[in-house]
Write a protein that binds this ligand. Structure first.
Ligand code: DQA
Length: 140
């Protein structure tokens, strides 16, 4: 099984950025743990701060991978183009958020991508990614 985790803008600063919301663990160390826990799954990783690069990556993997775990970060709440990209590809996408976006500012309650995703997982810290990964292992 081939899965990719795609992280959007500012998520390169996890472990440094707004620790009270996003925690103090760098994403790299979480990813290493996840890869050990699920050694039978190939877990690729891509992060970009640029909307177009995220779209290009979705196009690149979206016809051959088994699943995409996408934290589009702030672009979740702004990007019609990312929603269109998810609608255009075949691979199922799970939208994830580290924080519970519905318990935060109102502008974070809107997602331009959720409609095109298989489901949404938010509010469980880095476990949001772990839950999304295990979802891909369950029977459809
Ligand atoms: C986030 C929530 C977004 O609202 C925010 O812009 C982020 C991170 C999360 O994982 O909780 O950058 O996607």
């Amino acid at each position: 099984m081939k899965i990719i985790i795609i992280n959007g803008p500012n998520l390169n600063l996890l472990g440094i950025r707004e620790k009270s919301i996003y925690g103090d663990q760098p994403f790299d160390s979480f990813l290493a743990t996840l890869r050990k826990e699920y050694a039978q799954i190939s877990i690729d990783y891509f992060q970009s701060n640029t909307e177009g690069q995220l779209i290009d990556k979705l196009h690149e993997v979206g016809f051959s991978y088994d699943g995409i775990i996408l934290n589009a970060a702030a672009y979740t709440h702004t990007s019609v183009a990312l929603g269109d990209a998810i609608a255009a590809i075949k691979t199922p996408v799970i939208e994830v958020h580290i924080s519970n976006v519905h318990a935060r500012e109102e502008f974070r309650h809107k997602s331009y991508i959720a409609k095109y995703c298989k489901g949404v997982i938010a509010g469980f810290g880095f476990n949001s990614y772990r839950l999304a990964l295990t979802q891909f292992l369950l029977p459809a």
